[in-house]
Design a protein around this ligand. Structure first.
Ligand SMILES: Cc1ncc(COP(=O)(O)O)c(C=O)c1O
Ligand SMILES: N[C@@H](CCOP(=O)(O)O)C(=O)O
Length: 549
């Protein structure tokens, strides 16, 4: 990366060329094509793929009147070489991916209150923000597989075995993106009993023969660790060609960049008096695995004028603790499990330290994409030594490897002051309790009649705090990551005493009615990656036999 200024005017390294090769955050693997990165998911050295260069969109201002799909194409074409996916094919993939959304805007922006706006990301097939990336990823997998399998038959065909971990939303979005697709099997691991009833039904009522729901006795991090252990096993990788649908897959992040640009332009149209092209905006993002907000960071690095990215966590607050202390630690600094009890401030905590909150999709101990941000921060730090770019990248990879090793062996690590300060330039964090989540749902309902889902409420509360800490004149776009009907328990708890509130009439979409009466398919598995590996082998074999291979 050459030195210079970001396209949004901030001093930082920049490049003007599109970046279409990828490297691993742990420094061992470099020079990957987009197709390799999408199909492999996780690098061989255990790291996550990132673009070798972050592209700038020097002409981003000219996108202001474009529809969502065209912005998506413009963003994605900076990361995907036309030699890998010709422009017309990429446009077709994008168009098909967003044709399944219920809103013409795909991700509409609405004014919630004062200078706080809600970016509704839940108009896709499964009513959560994951659809934006997973409808695209499903079509992308299909595109690559059709091309790889031309002229091949039976077991010679490239068959992708997707293994994913979900705390509820990725699971159904991935299943809806991949159900019935040829040459793909999907194994989705969720923590048994720790996803919302609707989320569970959305996954387990899909009966396509290539879809396998596995309920793991454990928490989301156990599911994520099993997935990573499978990817680290060279044998199953070679025999079954594993693919990732979690945000460890770089394509997930890339697809999410679009709505940061799109919402900025929507704000221009909606607030012409107080918001002009080039003005800075603030985003508040309910965060767990750090994929959604990382896409915002990419948008910023590409040139979008962003004042701050506000990380909104629930009481599983590893990210908030990092930004407050500079230490990234698995063990909660407070919390019932750590203190020998299982209940504190009305929140259930498990032995493993995960708290069971009203925003369960964010009940995560370790945020997998944080590793990607750490690489960019380590790279920036290394660049200050005045060495060449190859050295900077190598240094960043080594630093990230050492931090991640400490996380594994010692349960945490700390970063240098300069690294933390670099992170704080772009990010601010807020932790929101369950009580504050309920209060936010209640107050927004009373004040403007809008029903927030609990994850979105975490983001809105963080946005309200950020308004007080930073400038109140800056518009804040708060990401609405799920439809409230997916989390009926929390919404009813917050609004049950409100006069005239009727969940079924006001909130429940017709798509969810009768879901509980449908046939379900799910298999219980132990928290043991080798046991899961056996299930994968057995089920794929059954699918092959059924297909006559
Ligand atoms: C509804 C909802 N909100 C927020 C998040 C957190 O997003 P991320 O994991 O990308 O930080 C998730 C899960 O990922 C989710 O399902
Ligand atoms: N909250 C997620 C957890 C998985 O996150 P991902 O974005 O890495 O897929 C979920 O709902 O499954």
């Amino acid at each position: 990366m050459s030195n210079g200024a970001f396209a949004n005017g901030d001093a930082a390294p920049q490049t003007h060329t599109p970046s279409q090769r990828y490297l691993s955050t742990r420094g061992e693997d470099t020079g990957f094509s987009f197709e390799d990165v999408v199909l492999k998911g996780l690098a061989n050295d255990g790291g996550l793929y990132i673009p070798e260069e972050l592209p700038t969109a020097s002409d981003w201002q000219s996108w202001k009147d474009l529809p969502f799909n065209e912005i998506a194409y413009n963003v994605l074409s900076l990361y995907i070489s036309p030699s890998e996916i010709p422009a017309e094919d990429l446009k077709d993939i994008v168009n098909r991916s967003y044709a399944t959304f219920r809103s013409e805007d795909v991700t509409p922006l609405i004014n919630l209150q004062d200078n706080i706006h809600l970016l509704e990301l839940f108009h896709g097939p499964t009513f959560a923000f994951k659809d934006v990336a997973l409808q695209f990823l499903g079509n992308l997998f299909e595109y690559f597989l059709v091309r790889r399998n031309e002229g091949k038959t039976g077991r010679d065909r490239y068959h992708l075995t997707v293994v994913g971990a979900t705390s509820g939303d990725t699971g159904s979005a991935a299943i809806y993106g991949l159900r019935g697709k040829k040459d793909v099997s999907v194994f989705m691991l969720h923590p048994k009993g720790r996803v919302s009833p609707i989320q569970e039904l959305q996954m387990t009522t899909v009966l396509d023969s290539n879809v396998h729901n596995l309920a793991v006795t454990g928490n989301f991090d156990n599911c994520q660790d099993i997935v990573k252990a499978l990817f680290a096993d060279p044998e199953i990788n070679a025999t079954h060609k594993l693919g990732a649908v979690n945000s460890i897959n770089m394509a997930r992040i890339l697809a999410q960049i679009t709505y940061y640009f799109y919402s900025y332009f929507a704000l221009l149209r909606q607030q012409p008096e107080t918001f002009k092209l080039g003005d800075k905006v603030r985003f508040s993002v309910p965060s767990g695995n750090f994929g959604d907000i990382l896409a915002g960071y990419f948008a910023y690095r590409m040139g979008l004028p962003v004042e701050k990215l506000v990380i909104a966590t629930n009481e599983n607050d590893i990210l908030d603790r990092f930004f407050k202390t500079g230490r990234y630690e698995k063990k909660p600094a407070y919390g019932a499990a750590a203190e020998g009890g299982l209940e504190k401030d009305g929140v259930k905590a498990h032995e493993d330290g995960v708290k069971e909150t009203l925003s369960p999709a964010m009940d995560i101990l370790v945020s997998s994409n944080f590793e990607r941000l750490l690489w960019f921060l380590a790279y920036e730090f290394a660049s200050s030594a005045g060495m060449d770019d190859e050295w900077n990248k190598k240094q960043a990879g080594q630093e990230v490897s050492s931090w991640l090793n400490d996380l594994k062996s010692k349960g945490g690590f700390g970063v240098y002051k300069d690294v933390l300060e670099a992170g704080r330039r772009n990010f601010h964090s807020e932790r929101v309790s369950d009580q504050e989540t309920l209060d936010t749902i209640k107050s927004l309902y009373k004040e403007v009649g809008y029903v927030l889902d609990p994850h979105t409420a975490v983001g809105v509360e963080a946005a309200r705090r950020a308004v007080k800490i930073f400038s109140a004149n800056t518009h804040t776009i708060s990401l609405s990551t799920a439809h409230p009907a997916k989390f009926a328990g929390a919404v009813e708890q917050a609004l049950k005493d409100e006069e005239g509130f009727d969940f079924e009439a006001k909130v429940l979409p017709e798509e969810f009615v009768g879901l509980d009466k449908r046939e379900k398919r799910v298999r219980d598995v132990a928290n043991d990656w080798e046991a899961v590996r056996e299930v994968v082998r057995e089920q794929v074999e059954e699918e092959f036999k059924a297909a006559g291979y």
